[in-house]
Design a protein around this ligand. Sequence first.
Ligand code: AMP
Length: 283
Amino acid sequence: MKTITSVDQLQKTLNSYRRANKKIAFIPTMGALHDGHLSLINQGNKKADITVCSIFVNPTQFNNKEDLKKYPRTLKADADLLRKHKCDILFAPGVNEIYPPGLKTKVDIPLNKLDQVMEGKFRPGHFAGMLQVVKRLLDIVQPDFLIMGQKDFQQFTLVDYMIHYLNLPVKLIVGKILREKTGLAMSSRNVRLSTMMRKEAACIYKSLKWLKKHWQENNRTTIRKYVKSTLSKHNIELEYIEIVDGLSLSRANKKTRYAVACLACWTENVRLIDNIILKRPKN
Ligand code: AMP
């Protein structure tokens, strides 16, 4: 595996692969890699000839300075894991490579309120920063495939929207959520939880599974009440639970063809998110 920190060097390397007709898969991450990330690397290896993983803790998508400061940074261990999983290139740039002074990188497109619900409501500015870094990374890497996780449902929905809106020449592939044995969705933030809470937090996925069975016979208020009280029994505070249309992210109703439940919650000063697809369109 090659580790590259400069945009120039990365582009030279990737151009030589492109000239040899190699297909490129790209997995953007913020590091502190776990099996969820690595499952995306495996998918990249299956799909393309060259797999590129970026590790960049993007300051522009953090609305909370403390969260940015506390975000785990484990580059050496990450590089070892990527090597083990046969990633071809680790791109680990500094902030000045991604945001060189004077370069316009903000993405200025209408977002049709996709950025204003759920995560957008509770993390103002998060999606503007996320789209900014994903667009910048896509411009740099120019991959054939972009691989992202369903774990961040609203994130890939916005990226998918941006790809279509700007007609970007890349195919988005979404990988399923990898979970710990208990059912807790894997996340780089889980290392900040106590061992006990890591077990208690299994109730998050349990309530999502309950929802999958019962959402049609309950209204929004009873669903919120149920999830809030289930989580609070385990010392977890619900921030939001929404059932939305998987494309528009507007509130779903019983007739919605593609319905997804998304939630965010807090425990031990750590913010966790998770989601479950309740209903998928047949085609
Ligand atoms: P992050 O490093 O948290 O920005 O995540 C990088 C990518 O990994 C994103 O596309 C996430 O959706 C994906 N990801 C994070 N957690 C998981 C998981 N548990 N299972 C699958 N993919 C994940």
